[in-house]
Design a protein around this ligand. Structure first.
Ligand code: BG6
Length: 490
């Protein structure tokens, strides 16, 4: 058996990590623009910068996150380095970059629209035509090569103006602003873009509330409120998209991991059950259209109140998603015993799994976990799945213009092997596979450039120096063959 003929092979990026041009042609600031670079090998140390009411400037780690001082306004500061401002400069290299994607044979390209490029303040009455034209050019360029754009509507890019004026997703006005923004872009691009996703890694609200929801606070009530608003917004957008053009498909997107109990001790199994509930909650609401009992009980116990308005239940019910997009980088291991040694993962930590090796950044490498993850999600929701992120962040060395990234090929090969098993042996309905950072992007977790995922090397270092020239890595040619053979040759 082989993969479906229309399987969407491609690659993925996000606007703030790839585009640059951060204030060009009328774009406003987004949350990703006010986060500095960090040195992430020994922990995540990116900082968000702000101005206090007396004009003093301050900054604070985004992970672990604490409430920012009262009346803080997020802002950039001239003494700081913000890697997103230039990123990989796709804004000026999009033609060359899309040509490289086409050369690899991409069938699709997952990217995000930067909300603040369309509505600089997040809720402007009239969209920024120059911003709209940029994405028109990008989509046209993709379609020229028969590359299907797959668009994330919000990938850690909440407009700063919405954050500073009313705390972004904590406020219901953000729902209206988001829906309006989506209406603008969906109407405009309905004949160019078929596949959409509402919120990137919506479950990052748990640990990275600034990224996921533009929150200046990290308490449970604020996060529950912001999540609730995102669910309502997502449901409204799904319904609206189907009305605008019934051909359009809208998915949710979750950071997923196969989780294991460290031992068969019931205490560890119970911990695993709870851990899975934390993740599944986001899918339960967006795929089933209502809150699960375990979450409602938890909120009740902890005195959390949801800002429910009349008609909301109906909104959630009518706006369930068409598919589930997931990022998968590693599995995780949990234990009821809190004294276990941990290692880092995608925006999270895990107990060390003695059977698995780790990446240079300490992330557990587990291809079989991908098969398990796909099966878990498909069994539970019976909706098409889409792997919209996967890959190995590693340091590449360029010699005479060549990059021999065998470690990356190895990682991807093993994951594709297990992905195929999930489809062919287990019957999982999988729409496609878009490895992360297909052309090098800056890291969301650490702001580094040297943590590279791409098939294409971008000549730039952690301090922003470099020619920006693009170089094809060995993995470029390997992935080209994978796509050409529709996954037969890996
Ligand atoms: C996901 C995000 O969390 O993982 C991406 O959706 C991110 O934005 C990716 O870049 C990899 O994480 P990192 O920290 O290595 O960039």
């Amino acid at each position: 058996m082989s993969l479906p003929k229309d399987f969407l092979w491609g690659g993925a990026t996000a606007a703030h990590q790839f585009e640059g041009g951060y204030l060009e042609d009328g774009k406003g600031l987004c949350s990703g623009d006010v986060v500095t670079s960090g040195d992430g090998r020994n922990g995540i140390q990116r900082r968000v910068t702000y101005t206090l009411p007396d004009g003093e400037y301050g900054s604070q780690f985004v992970f672990p996150y604490q409430d920012l001082p009262q009346d803080t306004k997020l802002s950039c500061h001239e003494d700081e380095f913000y890697p997103t401002h230039e990123a990989s400069d796709f804004y000026h290299h999009y033609k060359e970059d899309i040509a490289l994607m086409a050369e690899m044979g991409f069938k699709c390209y997952r990217m995000s629209i930067n909300w603040a490029r369309i509505l600089p303040h997040g809720d402007d009455e009239i969209p920024n035509e120059k911003g709209l034209e940029f994405y028109d050019r990008v989509f046209d360029e993709c379609l020229k090569y028969h590359i299907e754009p797959v668009v994330t509507l919000l990938h850690f890019e909440t407009p700063v103006s919405l954050i500073n004026r009313y705390g972004a997703w904590i406020d219901r006005r953000c729902v209206d602003a988001f829906v309006k923004y989506c209406e603008f872009v969906m109407k405009r691009y309905q004949h160019k873009v078929k596949y959409w996703m509402t919120f990137n890694e919506i479950n990052n609200m748990e640990i990275l509330p600034l990224y996921a929801g533009g929150l200046l606070k990290n308490d449970d009530q604020s996060k529950a409120t912001a999540t609730y608003h995102q669910f309502i917004a997502s449901a409204k957008v799904v319904k609206m998209a189907h009305e605008i053009n019934p051909e359009m498909k809208v998915g949710m997107m979750i950071a997923y991991t196969a989780a294991y109990a460290l031992t068969c001790h019931p205490r560890d199994e119970l911990k695993l059950m709870k851990d899975n509930q934390i993740r599944h909650f986001y899918c339960d609401v967006q795929c089933r259209g209502h809150y699960p009992q375990y979450k409602l009980k938890e909120y009740q116990r902890n005195g959390i109140h949801l800002p429910v308005l009349e008609g909301d239940q109906q909104i959630l019910k009518e706006g369930t998603v068409d598919y589930i997009g997931l990022s998968y980088y590693s599995s995780s291991c949990v234990s009821g015993d809190e004294k276990q040694e941990t290692t880092s993962g995608n925006m999270t930590t895990s107990i060390i799994n003695p059977y698995l090796k780790t990446s240079e950044w300490g992330w557990l490498v587990d291809p079989v976990g991908l098969r398990i993850a796909l099966n878990q999600l498909y069994e539970r929701y019976e909706l098409p799945l889409f792997i919209v992120e996967n890959g190995l962040g590693a340091i590449d060395h360029m010699e005479n213009g060549q990059i021999h990234d065998t470690y990356r090929i190895e990682y991807l090969k093993e994951h594709i092997y297990e992905m195929k098993k999930a489809i062919e042996e287990d019957g999982v309905d999988l729409m496609g596979y878009t490895p992360w950072g297909c052309i090098d992007v800056i890291s969301a977790g650490t702001g580094e450039m040297r943590k590279r995922y791409g098939f294409v090397y971008v000549d730039k270092d952690d301090s922003g120096n470099g020619t920006m020239k693009r170089y094809k890595k060995d993995s470029f040619y390997w992935y080209q063959k994978v796509i050409q053979s529709n996954g037969e040759e890996i």
